[in-house]
Design a protein around this ligand. Sequence first.
Ligand SMILES: *[C@@H]1O[C@H](CO)[C@@H](O)[C@H](O)[C@H]1NC(C)=O
Ligand SMILES: *[C@@H]1O[C@H](CO)[C@@H](O)[C@H](O)[C@H]1NC(C)=O
Ligand SMILES: *[C@@H]1O[C@H](CO)[C@@H](O)[C@H](O)[C@H]1NC(C)=O
Length: 382
Amino acid sequence: MALLLLLLLLLLLLLCLAAPAAAAAESEPSSRPPATALFVLGDSTVSCAATTLPINLTAPSLSTGPCLFPSTRRPLPDLLAAKMRLPSPPLVSTLNGTAAAVSKGVNFGGGGQYGVGGVFRVGAAVGQQVRVAAETLQLMQLEMAAEDSAAAAVFVLSFGADAYARLLARGPPAAAAVAAPKHGRRGLGRILADRIVRSVSELYEAGVRRVAVMGVAPLGCAPRVMWEGMRVQVMNSYNNGGSGSGSRSSSCVEEANELIQGYNARVAAGLDDLRARLPDADIVFCDVYKGVMEIISTPTRYGFEEAREACCGLGPFRASMGCFSKEMACRSPERHVWWDLYSPTEAVDALVANWSWSMSPGSQLSICSPMALHQLAGSSSA
Ligand SMILES: *[C@@H]1O[C@H](CO)[C@@H](O)[C@H](O)[C@H]1NC(C)=O
Ligand SMILES: *[C@@H]1O[C@H](CO)[C@@H](O)[C@H](O)[C@H]1NC(C)=O
Ligand SMILES: *[C@@H]1O[C@H](CO)[C@@H](O)[C@H](O)[C@H]1NC(C)=O
């Protein structure tokens, strides 16, 4: 009898202990209040501009703002905004300076306002966008008396792809010197990665508490880099007196991918350090490289037929000449991994957005850590 009573008591105790734990686990994804705005900082990866050729090293940016073909590509910020049930963040260049216009978010990237020196002065580009973002938050706090608007917003940073596109472009020696002034190719990655990490702490100082940083995709597999890699191969075999088979290599340019992985790893490590120093902030890294590589290695699993050739462009890999008219585009962009020289198609962006957003049961990949973006945004994962 006493034993039975003891067992009952034990059971009761277990139930009491288990109940709050279970409740906490269930409410975990919504432990953050739903984000009220989406602010985006970045390069051409956050706009739908096509990459143009010849790459103009002194042009303000690869991303010149408005879409070349508005219907063909919906950039990542718009895909994420839709998941957060927020309007697509308007480009900063279209704003009218009122707090009302910025209250649901802004896309500070894709405005092509990097100033002379272009994306190679990436540090300046990042710094400028961070400054404008901080001013925007101040405006919101002053005009709308929204003290916590910075903390209630999600910030997404996506830099690096344009810098690597230019770094990897083979051109005249002078162009290469502009590409990697004195630091060399690896040095540029270190500088850029450290700048991105520093910008997250600058945003923190401006009151921001939820940040996601997107890594750079495997541009060593991008049509333009593949095409240039193939040309180098042909030239080398010619110079070596080889038969110059010139067979189109089907593998990605490893050296380029190693550079990019080095950059991504340094960003991720820097964010780990920052997370330890800023415990009241949620800082997420999303491994876009991993996601896009998964698609490139098993394209058919995700409904793609063409993982090498661009959809829009001319020549081998459709990458000797970039995309500049609608007529150049392929018929089914959704079957292509790459839209143009360096940009993935919207179909790829949509998968990356889904994998960043949540890990639903099944074969879905999870690419953001330490949490998925739906948790960062305080949304349900659906
Ligand atoms: C490159 O961009 C700069 C700045 O926008 C412009 O002045 C120059 O004419 C461009 N060069 C070419 C070759 O398009
Ligand atoms: C500024 O833009 C917002 C949102 O688009 C709009 O509601 C507001 O009326 C505009 N204000 C002015 C002064 O143009
Ligand atoms: C992404 O997720 C949404 C919502 O779960 C789904 O409707 C859509 O088909 C997914 N897109 C891709 C490309 O898997």
